[in-house]
Structures are given as C-alpha cells and as structure tokens.
Design a protein around this ligand. Structure first.
Ligand code: HEM
Length: 395
C-alpha cells in the first residue's frame, strides 16, 4: 500500500469516527442534555451529585452519592442497570463470558448454572481445598518470597480449577491456567474506554483488514481461539472422566450429571451453556482475587502497626500452636475488616465488593506465619516499594 492510499484511508477513518460519534451521542441523548460536568479535563469545581464526563468515545455519568445511585441503579434497575456493549467482545465471540455478558435469557441460564456452585451453602465445600492451597502458598512464600505474585496466581488457579473441573494444578505453566490467564488479561485490557478504536467506532469491524488501525482483527481472532481453548478442553476432560468413571467431584460434573445423556446431540445446547458458564469462572475469580491478595502485601509493608494488631488477634485465637481455619472467622473481626478494606481501599474492579473466602484464609494464614516488611539492600537500607497498577480494569 503506498503513502497516498494510507493517508486517504487514515483521513477517512478519522472522519467516519467523528461523524459516527456525533450521531451516536445525539441519538443517545434523544434531545436531553447531559448533567453538568467538566469539559474535557476534570476541573476543580464541584458539579453536584450527578455529573457527566467525556472520555474518548463516550460520555460517563457519575453518581456522586448514595441517593441517586440507589434511586437509579437499585429502584429503577430495569431501566438503568446494564453492562456496556463492547464491540471487540462481539468480534472475539466473548458473549458467553458471564461477568461481562448482556442481561438476556442466555445470561440468566448461565447465571443459574454458576449459582448452583457458588451460592453460600455450596461454597462451604471448597473450604478444605482453599485451606490446603493457602498452606501451599505459605510454603511457597517461605521458599521464594521474591516470587510472591507468581505464588498468589498459582494459589488461586489451584483453587478454581479443581473446584470447577476436578482438575489439579500443581505448578505454574499449566496449559489450562495459561490460556485462562491470557484471556483474562486481554479481557480486562480491552474493556477500558479508549483501549481500542473499534470499541468507539464499531463499524470498523466491517472494514478490510489491510487498512491501517485494523490490528484489532487479528487480536479478535486470537481472542476467539483463546475462548474456545478455555471453554472446551477442560470441559472435555470432565466428560472423558465421566466415561471412564474417573471424574472427580466438581461444578462441571454436578451439572453434567443432570444432563440426560452427555453423548446425545439433543443435550448439546445444555452442555454448551454449562461449558460457557463454568468457563467464565476463572476469568471472574482469578485476577480479581489475586489483585486483592497483592494489595494485601502492599498494605502490610505500608502499615506495619495494622499488621501487628492483626497478628495479635490471630495469636490470641490460635495460641501460635496451629494455623487459623474458617471456623475461627467469627472470632477474627480485625482480620475480617482487613479483607473488606483490601477490596475497598484499592478497588480491584471499580464496580463492587463481593465476599471472598479465599482472601480470608490467605490473609489469616499469611499473617499467622510471616511479618512482611520492606526489602533491604546490601547495606541494610530499606528499599522503597514501587507501587505499580497495571492500568487494566482488574489491576
Ligand atoms: C476479590 C475478589 C473479587 C472481586 C473484587 C470481584 C468483583 C466482581 C464484580 C464487581 C462483579 C460484578 C460485575 C458486574 O455486575 O458488572 C463480579 C461478578 C462476578 N464474579 Fe466476582 N469478584 C471477585 C471474586 C470472584 C470469584 C472468586 C469468583 C468465582 C470463582 C467470582 C465470580 C463472579 C461471577 C460469575 C460474576 C458474574 C455475576 C453475574 O453476571 O451476575 N468473583 N465480580
């Protein structure tokens, strides 16, 4: 392609982008003005409880205090509660991923499948596994503390995969975990406003791939392949286990046992929904929990006095003769408050705060065994912590 063609293509794409955006904004507003808000850059003035903000490609309306948030998102959720449409996700065929899917009948069906395995009564069955993996984490941290992030990722993967598929993860580099981690990273990176031009200008999805700015096409193909690798091979692993009688208890097995005949074509749709629903869990639960765990280590370094208080609480319960367990939870309000604070103070996803049992047992076990502080250089001086956020939706 010569310089002239490239230049004309670029000008055409930019022109289409602005025309499209203007038309879209007008259509969205249907003649009503947006709430007041800073022009392009946030200003210092206060604009009130409901403000709007323009970022490339979209207008964000911010509900600045609980009353309008409750009035609109709770009381009138049928109108105002929805997930953003991400054109790249359509190109990558990621509509099946439950945490980002649109609210439709398929989402409801997948949500029901997940609910079976994650409702509070069902989640009690994962506690022994969570505790075992928290202890493995403690061992790994003792042997190579500098690789703590890797150990956290392994710990969470080694809890999710057996729970969902009855599949044991022993070390990093596991084939299923690698695929799941790769898709998670792509997912959280490409959801952000301005991350990809096609998200602001969906019609780019119909343009030929040789035009400049179309690299998202190959990224989408890669995402589609990752999505297939994530849903079907571990699902097939459970089906094979069912046929040979070796399948271990898991959410997938429980759901497949309710399917009349796993080899009949009539059950294909039901099986697809199970594979999609449960294939979403790594994406939903791994990076989120790992991010909160990583924040925990940062906080330990930054607030040694809080670490001491939590250790005193834990020692009083365990007498330093054993490691904490879930049965101690009700008597550990300070440790419990730390878990809540971890999700609040450096928000994992800017959307909400769930209960996380893994976070509790990891926090309690690590505090019982280690005192985490700043690393020291060769001269014994403390090395300041580099506080880096990835900038993706799940940090
Ligand atoms: C600290 C850890 C976690 C955080 C901060 C977190 C955060 C969130 C948030 C904010 C949402 C709502 C997204 C929305 O409605 O648009 C969500 C949804 C979801 N999360 Fe988590 N999560 C965490 C751990 C987990 C774990 C461990 C699992 C399961 C293994 C999980 C499974 C899900 C699922 C399936 C959804 C989608 C629910 C639906 O569509 O109704 N999450 N999570």
């Amino acid at each position: 392609m010569n310089f002239f063609t490239t230049f004309v293509s670029l000008v055409a794409i930019v022109a289409i982008f602005f025309v499209f955006r203007t038309l879209r904004d007008r259509r969205r507003r249907r003649g009503l003005p947006y709430p007041p808000g800073p022009k392009r850059l946030p200003g210092a003035k206060t604009y009130g409880d409901v403000i709007s903000l323009r970022v490339p490609g979209q207008v964000i309306v911010i509900l600045n205090c609980p009353k309008p948030a409750r009035d609109l998102l709770d009381k009138r959720s049928a109108t105002y509660s929805a997930r953003p449409v991400i054109p790249f996700y359509d190109l990558a065929d990621w509509g099946w991923l439950v945490p980002t899917a649109r609210y439709d009948d398929a989402w409801r069906a997948r949500r029901k499948i997940i609910d079976h395995g994650l409702r509070p009564s069902a989640s009690l069955q994962y506690q022994p596994l969570q505790r075992t993996k928290a202890l493995d984490l403690v061992r790994n941290l003792a042997s190579s503390p500098e690789r703590f992030r890797e150990h956290l990722e392994l710990c969470q993967g080694a809890i999710i995969m057996p729970s969902v598929y009855g599949y044991d993860v022993k070390e990093r580099g596991d084939r299923y975990i690698d695929v799941a981690s790769e898709i998670s990273k792509l997912l959280w990176r490409t959801i952000l406003p301005g991350a990809l031009l096609v998200n602001d200008l969906p019609m780019m999805g119909y343009l030929p791939e040789w035009l400049p700015g179309m690299a998202f096409e190959s990224l989408a193909r890669h995402g589609r392949k990752l999505g297939e690798d994530m849903r079907y091979p571990p699902f097939q692993f459970v089906k094979n286990g069912m046929r040979s009688g070796t399948a271990r208890p898991s959410m997938t097995l429980t759901n497949l046992q309710e399917v009349d005949d796993i080899d009949s074509p009539e059950s294909e749709n039901a099986q697809r929904l199970i594979a999609e629903a449960l294939g979403s869990l790594y994406t939903a639960g791994a990076d989120t929990t790992v991010s909160a765990m990583a924040t925990f280590f940062l906080m330990l370094v930054q607030y040694p006095d809080i670490q001491k208080k939590a250790q005193a609480e834990l020692d009083a319960i365990t007498g330093r003769t054993r490691l904490p367990d879930f049965s101690d939870r009700a008597r550990l309000p300070y440790t419990e408050a730390i878990c809540k604070e971890l999700i609040r103070c450096r928000v994992v996803t800017p959307l909400g705060a769930p209960q996380d049992m893994t976070l509790f047992i990891v926090v309690a076990s690590v505090l019982s065994v280690f005192t985490v502080g700043q690393a020291k250089d060769a001269l014994g001086n403390e090395i300041q912590v580099d506080c880096v956020s990835t900038g993706a939706l799940v940090r």
